[in-house]
Design a protein around this ligand. Structure first.
Ligand SMILES: CC(C)(COP(=O)(O)OP(=O)(O)OC[C@H]1O[C@@H](n2cnc3c(N)ncnc32)[C@H](O)[C@@H]1OP(=O)(O)O)[C@@H](O)C(=O)NCCC(=O)NCCS
Length: 169
């Protein structure tokens, strides 16, 4: 169990194929170019470096995070929370648990790409110590936007900023 900012415990579990209807409902309202069912299915069943986790409030699936783990690095590939439950600390609980688990297993670096206009996500990532290390020109083919490439070093000890429930940096 992980604790979101709002205090109510939420359950973090591996995503399964049975979760895909709920996941896709969130995905489609969260992104201009959502992942397809096939894309999630590939991550769950074929891609050996991929891991996806879901967060539930009670029995309701309210968010998810996918990443690739390659050697001592993880790459966050997808993260979304249902619009009704945003700003309740769900993404902070999800990302915090995933980074903490990776850190405990000796993973040293985390990477991700984010749109420069995505203030919500940038605020979240910065509060976990991610910093911009590069820019991929025209990365998002739907809008032609660049992607910011962000990196976080996962220290041997949990960093203060990675503690779930702390205010953003
Ligand atoms: C980004 C997203 C996952 C955040 O989920 P969330 O559960 O609402 O986030 P949390 O409540 O855990 O907030 C964590 C931090 O994110 C930042 N944040 C979240 N919403 C924000 C907003 N509307 N404005 C500014 N900062 C925001 C803040 O730093 C916040 O910390 P704080 O509450 O202590 O200030 C959610 O907005 C979402 O699903 N967006 C659409 C999909 C997406 O853009 N995913 C990221 C792709 S890179």
């Amino acid at each position: 169990m992980v604790e979101p900012v709002s205090g109510e415990p939420v359950a973090l579990e591996p995503m399964t194929l049975e979760d895909l209807d709920d996941v896709l409902a969130i995905e489609r309202v969260s992104f201009q170019t959502p992942w397809s069912r096939g894309a999630f299915r590939y991550e769950l069943t074929q891609n050996r470096v991929a891991r996806c986790s879901v967060v539930r409030r009670g029995r309701r699936l309210v968010g998810y995070l996918c990443r690739w783990e390659i050697g001592h690095e993880i790459h966050i590939t997808n993260l979304a929370v249902h619009p009704d439950l945003r700003r309740h600390g769900m993404a902070r609980a999800l990302l915090g648990a995933v980074l903490e688990d990776a850190r405990r297993r000796g993973v040293g670096l985390a990477f991700l790409e984010v749109r420069p206009t995505n203030a919500e996500a940038l605020g979240l990532y910065e509060s976990f110590g991610f910093r911009v290390i590069g820019r991929r020109k025209g990365y998002y083919f739907d809008t032609g936007e660049d992607a910011l490439v962000m990196e976080a070093r996962l220290s041997a000890e949990p960093s203060e900023s990675a503690a779930p429930g702390r205010p953003g940096a």
